[in-house]
Ligand binder design. Sequence first.
Ligand code: NI
Length: 129
Amino acid sequence: MRHFVRGAAESRSVGPVDVARWEQYFLGNALPFQAMWYSMAPGITSPRDCHPEVELSIVIDGTASVEVGGEITEVRAGSAFLLGSEEPHIIHNRSAGEELLVFSAYWMPGTSGADGSAALDGPAAEADQ
Ligand code: NI
């Protein structure tokens, strides 16, 4: 068992986003994906992101306003969102006073046989009440 303490993790700023990548734990090939935590202060918008990796994100604290294709989906703490390979995305923390904290796992499609595309074509999600 290994315990990953976020408060003790090394992080760096990517624009206005504080990113703590799990590379720092030297897991090598122990996991079939890479991972990170990221946090954003109230009112912050991330840089536009687009990458070949599929990205599965779980909101831990706050609400992520996830902008894809000009549409924004509110994803609250405890809920998750999946971004496809090369799907451009922008994350907003539109809260007035609450920090946004997200855990993301990401991987290259094909390396594990999982590319996320079938999930992205699934039924529309319920509104996140
Ligand atoms: Ni991304």
